[in-house]
Design a protein around this ligand. Sequence first.
Ligand code: GLA
Length: 389
Amino acid sequence: MNLQELSTHIAAEFQKHYGRAPRWIVAAPGRVNVIGEHTDYNDGFVLPMAIERYAIMAADISATPGKISIYDAAFKENATIDISAPVTKGSPKWSNYIRGVLCGFQNRGVTIPALDVAFMSTVPLGGGLSSSAALEVCTATLMEAATGEAIDPIEKALLAQKAEHDFAGVPCGIMDQFISALGREGHLLLLDCRTRKTELVPMSDPSVALLVINTNVKHELSGGEYAERRAQCEEAAKNLGVKSLRDVTPDQLEKGKGKLSEVIYRRARHVIGEIERTTHAAEGIRASSWPSVGNLMYASHASLRDDYEVSCQELDDVVEIAEDIGYKGGIYGCRMTGGGFGGCCVALVKTDCVDAITKKIAAEYKTKTGIDAAIFASRPAAGATIIKG
Ligand code: GLA
């Protein structure tokens, strides 16, 4: 479903459930990160794009004060959130992303209106495509629509990130919420996570496409591995006497190697190399140097697999299949994307070859793993929007 169809669909779901038309419809996209993995919480660079998969909400003022009712149209589940007091964590689990954002608005002194909401998402859940950031940013956009007060998109992204930290318990970086809030159609977003300066990198060459390959192996960031990696990076920076790994060049890392354990050294080597690869990839994309961008993607994957150890067998299988198909078969590069431990790969491919590559990867992945992959191409989409209201 494209955004227009999705909007019509959620309006109909709202109508069916609440017996009237919605007053507002808002949406926020998921994302795929082209390169720059596990660099955001090290003050580094990331290069994500918003994808044509969205969390979407239709809403109207409710007749019942002090409450927000949310109807999950996909899973036919209801949640009620008490907004008459400071919003707290609660059930069902997915409502915490919404609760966290509502709490963020309360902390800004906003009086949350009582609402009836219908919600659904086409961002695969637990697929490493930021389904949770899409839900958070969508909620924040609904608050903007319903209160009539827009907030600065950077503050909105930070508010959504805080919701993830405090209500979902994942100490994530800033990438996912930023791209969901600030994405621009036809562009990747080069984000300097230290200064929060963003630069749009056009990605409109029709001869290349980005393919998202979902291994359908669930990705769970609250498992502790993510927080552990983050702590290891902080340890590396501390031992090297800097504020963050952004301040360390590859040469300096080699000189300081003796101050780090073997594992911490490898974690730092990934981050420092990945920050360099990301700015080089942005230059490559601007120059349409697709083979060199592809090589940087393969190098990123190898580093995430060997040094950062956040890949898994199925992600490695996809990258191996892509390498076998290779440049001749229309693939420039491929890597895992997002936090890791399952989820998705992203591949840079020749547009002409999308169908053939999709079939080949699906067949070979099934043979290797017994699992059906879900594969789709996406153009870079726009960030969060108010569709109606
Ligand atoms: C998750 C986090 C992001 C980022 C990536 C890894 O998606 O939410 O902030 O750290 O992992 O690059």
